[in-house]
Design a protein around this ligand. Structure first.
Ligand SMILES: *Cc1c(COP(=O)(O)O)cnc(C)c1O
Length: 391
């Protein structure tokens, strides 16, 4: 039986074209991109090409706005720290309660070690940002707003273009973790007020351990990693040439596949969702039914434990994801009742999936849910929210 991979928000398979593009940079073109000789020149040219490919994907104004990093986590940390250093008199950060740990854990660290004040803007039951709370938190004390473009668990999209304009009104920098949104949503950064944006290679069929931070032209920036002058002083350390080349190729392919993502892939996701809700009582889609990414379905199956479900799906050769023993911080922030949040499962699709994957999941899940519910200490009769109408 062919294993089925539906955990593409955790990581994606590297595209074979990406692997092909990378290989020569381990062997023939192994030079240091900063070296003056021919070995360095061919590597340097490839890095420049990759920068242009990433620039095109996000609609940046020029390729120098892209600095390569070790991934989404480093980009998030670097953006936030830079803002605090560039504007030392501003000591507050505005973020959301549902960010990736790459932002939330770093903000908590800064709170502890530097005494900065962190505003964590809450969300509603459908994961939508509380705009009144956001406006109230924006004052001239804020150095940076860091709010994700789309949520990795539910796929909910935040209105970052508008949020950035509001941040600008109080002179704060605006950063967005766009790791999940890049390649799925069209972007034209040059026409927005977004100052910094994080991307990661392995979420878009590129290699792991490579990412980028977009920093708007003319913006002052203090690098997180200090050392040599690589990446125009924004990120020290010899460039990961194979990774950068692979990331560039992945960015080019992502642009070509964006249409597929929003039509065919979205249709697969929608069919899975609809099929599951039809077959299984007391199951609900979490997240904003309107503003969300085309590829993930986060479904709460009331009265089961997600971990048990994951295990049984694994035995059937199906890989997806759930919170660990406790519901995730995202679902808790959404105030989803425990009896439902506990059984939340995320199925995330990509261009590698097909109709047969949906067929298979629809075939096996009803039996699994029935089995788990028969064993569950969580019982029907405990409250299930009426507001979770299936989309
Ligand atoms: C995966 C992910 C990250 C972290 O990226 P890495 O490249 O794995 O460090 C950050 N933010 C979001 C939203 C993610 O999904």
């Amino acid at each position: 039986m062919r294993p089925i991979y539906l955990d593409n928000n955790a990581t994606t398979r590297v595209d074979p074209e990406v692997v092909q593009a990378m290989l020569p940079f381990f062997t023939d073109h192994f030079g240091n991109p900063s070296s003056m000789h021919g070995f360095g020149a061919s590597a340097g040219a490839a890095v420049k090409e990759a920068r242009r490919q990433v620039q095109a994907l996000i609609g940046a104004e020029c390729d120098h706005e892209i600095a390569f990093t070790s991934g989404g986590t480093e980009s998030d940390n670097a953006a936030i720290l830079s803002a605090l250093e560039v504007m030392p008199r501003r000591t507050e950060i505005v973020t959301s309660a549902v960010e990736h740990p790459a932002v939330l854990t770093f903000c908590a660290h800064l709170e502890k070690t530097r005494g900065v004040k962190v505003h964590r803007i809450p969300v509603d039951r459908q994961g939508r940002l509380d705009l009144d709370a956001y406006r109230a938190a924006l004052t001239p004390h804020v150095a940076i707003v860091s709010i994700m473009w789309a949520n990795n668990e539910t796929g909910t999209i935040f209105p970052v273009v508008e949020l950035a304009e509001l941040a600008k009104e109080v002179g704060a920098l605006f950063h967005t973790d766009a790791v999940q949104a890049v390649g799925k949503l069209p972007m034209d950064l040059k026409s927005t007020a977004i100052d910094m944006l994080s991307l990661s290679g392995h979420k878009l069929h590129g290699p792991k351990g490579i990412g980028a931070l977009y920093v708007r032209r003319g913006e002052r920036f203090h690098s997180l990693i200090k050392g040599g002058h690589q990446e125009r002083g924004r990120r020290a350390g010899t460039e990961n040439t194979p990774g950068i080349v692979g990331f560039g190729k992945a960015a080019e392919l992502a642009l070509n596949f964006m249409d597929d993502e929003n039509t065919r892939v979205k249709a697969l996701r929608d069919r899975l969702e609809k099929g599951l809700l039809q077959r299984i009582p007391n199951a609900f889609v979490t997240g904003d039914p309107l503003e969300r990414l085309p590829n993930p379905a986060n479904i709460a199956f009331a009265y089961i434990e997600g971990e048990g479900m994951l295990l049984l799906l694994h035995r059937e050769g199906i890989a997806c994801s759930s919170g660990s023993l406790e519901p995730s911080h995202v679902l808790r922030a959404m105030n989803i009742p425990y009896t439902a949040a506990h059984g939340a499962i995320r199925f995330s699709f990509s261009r590698d999936n097909g109709e047969e994957d949906v067929d298979r999941v629809l075939e096996v899940i009803p039996g699994i849910v029935e089995k788990l519910r028969a064993l569950s200490p969580l019982r029907a009769g405990d409250e299930v929210p009426k507001s979770f109408d299936p989309v």
